[in-house]
Design a protein around this ligand. Structure first.
Ligand code: GLV
Ligand code: MN
Ligand code: MN
Length: 443
């Protein structure tokens, strides 16, 4: 069997330079520079920079002749029609918001590669049976408004839109107000009424495995479970010089004890368990004052939900122990909790065979990061394609993926989407065709 038998259009390739130039152009919006000239991105969800990035991408979508729809939580879905009216769209996409110290590839690659696939199809006059949609979902990062993957979660009916609009960020902003302020509170209902036929997301790996093993394409089998908890510790503010140690009720000390314990959890529960304290806010944050409060966040992840629950229980027990021992008051609030997700076996196979047929080395792996695909997998067959991250770095301004790997990933995406969307059946122009309704989503 040669390549032409194993992929739908062996003659088609995306234009890597055109895709790269869009990555660079989008990366100019919210650009931040590192000490060694690295270029990263700060486009936190629903900020002015996010609006400017959205405007740029929506402009590209319109230039490609796509029908652009915006839903009530600000998800943007651009669709190229298929030849069969009523057929549900095959969807790709990701997110364009970033963390405050992010890179140019996380999320952005998946959205812009989707546009590149569409442009390639347009250029070569290729019709598909199903429509193809390219989406970017609101607030994937969760760095401003928790939980992460918020837009795609609402899209699939996992969170009520009213609840999402009422989420308040650490900076005090309300999501619904910010969405309206930047002009992206759209009219389309959310959750969507019709599930996509399939969803495939191209994303950078954000870890070291592909680069370490010299593999070009990661075939993602699923996403590990995610548990985010905000911990607020209230003690008693007092003088740093005069207060005997026995009288202290010190939230900063407790915050550091919890941070150390999170590292111990990862030792106790083995290699797959990861744990991070990413935010530490101390008040009043002065050199000679024992703080009155500390607020920290704990991020625990594991591919095994039973072990993740044990890790959560260990954390809760330690928090209770510290509360009593240190005479502070501790409250916890869950910011996000998602179980591990397994992607669709047939779609995983399709990604693997397509990448191999294109001559790329492949490796199956789980995703350590959260992705919109894990939400879409609740309603349609879903898979992901990973490309290598230089030095395994992401959520870092030095995040980088090489042009040849970006191109390889987008070529795999092109052929996978063509396999799923189907070649248009040959039929005379203007012949009426019957539509098939997509699967209706139920709450
Ligand atoms: C999203 O980027 C996450 O995995 O935290
Ligand atoms: Mn991402
Ligand atoms: Mn990210």
């Amino acid at each position: 069997m040669d390549v032409a038998d194993r992929i739908p259009r062996a003659d088609l390739r995306i234009d890597g330079d055109r895709l790269w130039s869009r990555i660079v152009a989008l990366g100019e919006i919210g650009a931040i520079e590192g000490p060694n000239g690295e270029q990263g991105c700060a486009r936190l969800a629903l900020t002015d920079a996010d609006r400017d990035g959205r405007d740029l991408v929506v402009g590209w979508m319109s230039d490609l002749g796509l029908e652009v729809a915006i839903d009530a939580v600000g998800n943007v879905i651009a669709t190229r029609p298929g030849s069969q009216p009523g057929a549900p769209a095959v969807m790709t996409g990701s997110h364009i918001d970033t963390v405050a110290t992010g890179g140019r590839f996380d999320g952005n690659l998946g959205v812009l590669a989707g546009l590149e696939v569409i442009e390639t199809l347009e250029q070569h006059g290729v019709e598909t049976t199903h429509p193809i949609s390219v989406a970017f979902f609101t607030d994937e990062e969760g760095a401003r408004f928790a939980p992460d993957m918020l837009g795609s979660l609402v899209y699939v009916g996992g969170l009520a839109v009213e609840e999402a609009l009422d989420v308040v960020a650490a900076d005090g902003a309300r999501l619904g107000d910010e969405l309206a302020r930047i002009g992206y509170a759209g009219p389309l209902p959310c959750p969507t009424a019709v599930a996509p036929a399939a969803f495939v997301e191209l994303h950078i790996e954000q870890g070291p495995i592909l680069e370490d093993e010299g593999v070009t394409i990661g075939v993602v089998e699923g996403v590990q479970g995610i548990s985010w908890t905000e911990v607020t510790i209230v003690g008693r503010s007092a003088h740093a010089g005069t207060t005997p140690m026995r009288l202290r009720r010190d939230p900063a000390y407790v915050a550091s004890a919890i941070t150390t314990f999170v590292r111990e959890i990862t030792r106790t529960f083995g290699g797959a368990q990861v744990g991070t304290v990413g935010r530490i806010d101390v008040h009043p944050n002065l050199v000679n004052v024992i703080p009155s409060t500390a607020t920290i966040t704990v991020d625990l992840r594991n591919t095994d939900d039973v072990i993740l629950m044990q890790a959560e229980r260990a954390l809760a027990d330690e928090i209770a122990r510290l509360e009593a021992a240190e005479q502070v008051t501790i409250t916890t609030r869950s910011l996000a909790r998602f179980q591990p997700v397994e992607f669709d076996p047939a779609t995983i196979d399709l990604v693997e065979h397509t990448a191999a047929a294109l001559g790329h080395s492949t490796r199956r792996l789980p995703s350590g990061a959260g992705h919109d695909a894990q939400m879409l997998s609740r309603v349609c067959p879903t898979a992901m394609i990973f490309t290598p991250s230089v030095d395994g770095l992401s959520h870092n301004i030095a995040e980088y993926t090489r042009l040849e790997d970006v191109t390889a990933g987008a070529d795999v995406l092109l052929q996978v989407l063509l396999s799923l969307a189907g070649p248009a059946p040959a039929r005379p122009p203007h012949e009426p065709v019957g539509g098939t309704e997509g699967e209706r989503l139920t709450e």
